[in-house]
Design a protein. Structure first.
Length: 282
């Protein structure tokens, strides 16, 4: 409303478009803010799950490890307690009491072996495993590891063949690399379905070598090959009676990983092969 030269004028302005624009702007800002908050919450949730996933996996593995270890220790402990109670019963004859004592001794040795394996895995998990790295002639070390197994395989009715070229050296722990060869050969001796066990060591390229042990075996699917390195995994549960706890291959895997390598299992034509790939000196 204005006054000009005594005349009064009233001016009207249409602001509906500006109001509509402002309302649309407010609605857009609120919608964008809500969407941004939802995206932020979703991303935060996913990142939180990703961050705690290793902890959750470690916790689950620890609980499974304790459960499996308790189960493995339960059987020998039950046998020891049962035989000890019968040993105290004077009604049994001397030969029977001697048999009870031998059973207790056998189960005690089995428990000792299991506890040693568990301690070794625990030290490896916590990073306390002591490995002294030095230059190692893997060819000579493998040949030395083969010698004591020749008689063992012969007594088991198995043929042991090897192909180990000289001069393959690497930087690693002599003790643990020898243990790796022992584990693979011992595993083949326990599970071979007759026939021939073959050990090969070859230079793969300038940077890697491969140690492989193969033997005749029952058919295995991909799931079994994937799980075979898990702790306490055994396809045949009865193997625990002959001192097999399903820990050897887990220890072998830890040794290979500590040396910067990898290990896997393949099955083809009735044979299973465990292959460890390790870095070598150029």
């Amino acid at each position: 409303r204005t006054t000009w030269r005594g005349n009064e004028y009233i001016i009207f302005a249409d602001v509906s478009s500006a109001n509509a624009t402002m309302q649309n702007l407010w609605r857009s800002c609120i919608l964008i803010g809500l969407c941004a908050a939802a995206v932020f919450l979703a991303v935060s949730f996913l990142l939180a799950r990703w961050a705690v996933k290793p902890v959750e996996r470690a916790w689950t593995q620890q609980k499974q490890f304790v459960s499996d270890a308790s189960h493995e220790l339960k059987t020998p402990l039950t046998v020891i307690l049962t035989n000890a109670e019968m040993l105290r019963d004077p009604s049994y004859s001397e030969p029977e009491r001697q048999r009870f004592a031998e059973s207790i001794l056998t189960m005690s040795h089995q428990m000792k072996s299991l506890v040693e394996h568990l301690l070794e895995l625990a030290r490896s998990d916590s990073g306390q495993a002591k490995m002294v790295f030095e230059q190692v002639d893997l060819s000579a070390l493998t040949e030395d590891a083969l010698l004591p197994f020749e008689a063992v395989f012969f007594e088991a009715g198995l043929t042991l063949e090897s192909a180990v070229p000289p001069g393959i050296t690497l930087t690693g722990s002599r003790q643990h690399l020898g243990q790796l060869v022992d584990i693979l050969l011992d595993n083949a001796k326990k599970y071979a379905q007759g026939g021939t066990v073959r050990l090969t060591l070859e230079r793969q390229n300038r940077h890697h070598c491969r140690l492989s042990v193969s033997n005749n075996a029952e058919p295995m699917d991909k799931a079994a090959l994937k799980n075979i390195f898990k702790r306490f995994y055994r396809m045949d549960a009865a193997r625990s009676r002959d001192g097999s706890f399903g820990l050897g291959l887990s220890i072998a895997e830890n040794i290979v990983i500590a040396h910067g390598g990898k290990i896997w299992a393949d099955y083809a034509d009735g044979r299973i092969a465990f292959t460890a790939e390790l870095p070598v000196k150029e």
